[in-house]
Design a protein around this ligand. Structure first.
Ligand SMILES: [Zn+2]
Length: 166
């Protein structure tokens, strides 16, 4: 039995969850969709993070149908708030290519303001997430760094898709 905390996206707080061998958090909290394969990988990475005492966030970056970056939350272990899953996945992807334009970033939780800056800087084409992060989320106004078109030095914002199987 794994016990940990799942980010309650809407309230920006955390609540406990439990997963057993036959039942996983993703089976009752998150539905499936066309993005199922990569989001499943995010959930698996998130569970790994939770098992290590981190916020349960996992991230996968895909370009041309190939996974080029994966990571899970490491902020607590590394004592560094910038070590969010999304930022670490970008760093991982940059080991393979310097051009992340046109890539798709999957994460089980909406990228925060910090990670949104990184996503915009590297011109990631699409962001798919399962649950929202509330006021710290990159789509939340007035600090909607992920979706704003107000900054002239950035290219157009990525397509944002909320993962929902139903
Ligand atoms: Zn973040």
């Amino acid at each position: 039995m794994v016990e940990g905390k799942i980010r309650n996206a809407d309230r920006g707080s955390y609540s406990l969850y439990k997963t057993g061998k036959s039942k996983s958090i993703r089976h009752y909290l998150y539905p499936m969709s066309a993005h199922k394969i990569y989001m499943e990988q995010c959930f698996a990475l998130a569970e790994k993070a939770a098992a290590e005492g981190e916020s349960p966030v996992g991230c996968v970056i895909v370009k041309n149908g190939v996974v080029i970056g994966t990571a899970y939350e490491k902020s607590r272990q590394l004592k560094d708030i910038t070590r969010h899953a999304e930022t670490l996945a970008v760093l991982d992807a940059l080991q393979h290519t310097t051009d992340l334009s046109g890539s798709v970033l999957y994460t089980n939780v909406e990228p925060c303001i910090l990670c949104s800056y990184v996503i915009r800087h590297y011109k990631i084409g699409e962001v798919v997430f399962a649950s929202r992060s509330g006021e710290l989320g990159g789509t939340h106004k007035p600090f909607n760094i992920l979706t704003t078109d107000a900054l002239k030095s950035w290219t157009e914002p990525p397509k944002v898709t909320v993962f929902n199987e139903n």
